[in-house]
Design a binder for this molecule. Structure first.
Ligand code: KG4
Ligand code: ZN
Length: 339
């Protein structure tokens, strides 16, 4: 019998639903929330309201596109955390109601584990390699920057993490200073393509072992722009591509340096990237080049599975279903969680 999992993701500002059958994606629907754009960041209160409005239509489209009926769903998996509590509550309440009505298992998913398990999503008619265990994963998103030794689908150990801002926050906050729209990562990625990464030099942190830090870089970037703008009002506009390219190169260097160190110390040469920032074209390229130099086998999810989506929730639900790791109706969302 097929194992068909409906996945629900609502941890931040994307309302998403997906159907994964026996590890293969049948549908993957994401409704992003335009409402935050004018505020330059996610407004939690508005996010939960938008989830409430979007969740049923998004699930309906996911089922329709997958060509499955509600009766075909074996279990429903939802993001338990980490994330915004009001947003998580919408997805978890929906999932509980669905499981209760359909009399099917309810599965809690850790959003961070799910970003990593996106590496195992399969599409019919498309072959790609999946990482062997153990592999070292650099998980880079809007809220997290971690180095995770992944020993099995659901067995992960964080060996390094950011002591302040996440890499995605560094992209987003620096983009905001330059007047770019939220989220800033994709915009910086785009402008970087035309800029000189060596044009400006920014601070790189000194952190313990495999830990990261990005708040010093953010402050350095802010003060540098403030000083330059007092000399030339149009400094940002006139140097936008070079600023983006130089900032992006600094963030990539920080990430790559720690990953090299962790690979050397753990002896792991199967390296993976995951999370929204791993959509970055410069990061993908830099890791590709480093992998060739160091004989790493490199694994990166397709770009549309790096940012928040429900297919990654459903695939994690699939592996938990195989282990019969089910949740009760007393499950509560958690704002903070480790992978
Ligand atoms: O994983 P994700 O979708 O959500 C979280 O779990 O946080 O990551 C969102 C982050 C944002 O900070 C966004 O700016 C960043 O991923 N991001 C990028 C790119 N696409 C998304 N950062 C750099 N380059 C990109 N192309
Ligand atoms: Zn995420």
């Amino acid at each position: 019998m097929n194992i068909t999992i409906l996945g629900i993701e609502s941890s931040c500002d994307d309302t998403a639903a997906a159907v994964v059958q026996d590890g293969y994606i049948l549908s993957n629907i994401v409704a992003d929330q335009e409402v935050h754009k004018k505020y330059g960041g996610v407004v939690p209160e508005l996010a939960s309201r938008a989830h409430q409005k979007n969740i049923i239509p998004v699930v309906e489209v996911a089922l329709e596109q997958a060509g499955v009926r509600m009766e075909d769903i074996s279990a429903i998996a939802f993001t338990r955390g980490p994330g915004l509590l009001g947003s998580l509550l919408v997805g978890s309440s929906f999932a509980k109601g669905f499981a209760l009505a359909r009399k099917i298992p309810l599965i809690e998913v850790n959003h961070l584990q799910a970003h990593i398990l996106a590496l195992f999503l399969r599409e019919k008619g498309r072959n790609f390699d999946v990482p062997p265990f153990p592999f070292l994963c650099l998980l880079v998103s809007g809220g997290h920057t971690q180095l995770v030794v992944t020993r099995d689908y659901l067995e992960m150990k964080v060996i390094g993490q950011t002591i302040d801002d996440a890499a995605g926050e560094a992209f987003d906050k620096c983009a905001k200073v330059m007047g770019l729209p939220y989220p800033g990562g994709p915009a910086i990625d785009k402008f970087s393509l035309e800029g000189n990464p060596g044009a400006f030099h920014f601070t790189k942190p000194k952190t313990e072992k495999f830990d990261f830090s990005f708040s010093g870089l953010k402050t350095n970037f802010l003060y540098f722009l403030r000083d330059e703008v007092t000399k030339d009002r149009d400094f940002i506009l006139n140097n936008r591509a070079d600023l983006c390219a130089s900032l992006q190169a600094t963030i990539i260097d920080i990430l790559l340096d720690k990953c090299i160190k962790a690979a050397e110390e753990t002896g792991i040469t199967d390296i993976a990237l995951a999370g929204g920032v791993s959509a970055n074209s410069g990061l993908r390229k830099a890791f590709g080049e480093e992998a060739a130099r160091r004989n790493w086998a490199l694994f990166i999810p397709a770009v549309h599975y790096t940012t928040d989506n429900a297919a990654m929730i459903a695939i994690t639900g699939y592996y938990k279903y195989l282990k019969k790791d089910f949740a009760g109706q007393d499950s509560i969302p958690l704002a903070r969680m480790k992978p």
